[in-house]
Design a protein around this ligand. Sequence first.
Ligand SMILES: C[S@@+](CC[C@H](N)C(=O)[O-])C[C@H]1O[C@@H](n2cnc3c(N)ncnc32)[C@H](O)[C@@H]1O
Length: 130
Amino acid sequence: MKNAQQYKNLTIGEFTKAADTYESNYTGIYEMCKEDYPHVEEEHSKIQYHDLLDYGCGTGPMNSILHEKDSTKHYVGLDPTPKMIEVASAKNLEGVDWAVGDCENLPFEDETFDVIICINIFRHYPNPQN
Ligand SMILES: C[S@@+](CC[C@H](N)C(=O)[O-])C[C@H]1O[C@@H](n2cnc3c(N)ncnc32)[C@H](O)[C@@H]1O
């Protein structure tokens, strides 16, 4: 039985390998994730917000889509896999910030965000019930 940190390290190892080709559909995971993006986008078009956090953002496809629609808002992407954040940062999207971190230990003050989204990451938590 692996402990939580060992489990997280395995997850980070797998997503490090996937990062460079993630949005080319090579991994197959992105193909599944992107089915959710139109639904997330539609929900966001109905609400007022300024600061949004996408945790478990991967290479940041959802923040990229939202930024393209409305670049006046502040988007932040957080992911524990440094390589995913490296690929996301290389998009150089103005007004979008990226950070390496774990959603079980968010490196932000309370009330920093109006909206928090996470797409297809629960199954990667060692303790999803928390
Ligand atoms: C299937 S990808 C989904 C990426 C993105 N949400 C998307 O829609 O394309 C799962 C992501 O969850 C991240 N992840 C795994 N465990 C996490 C945790 N404890 N906190 C935040 N992100 C995590 C992985 O590094 C990976 O980038």
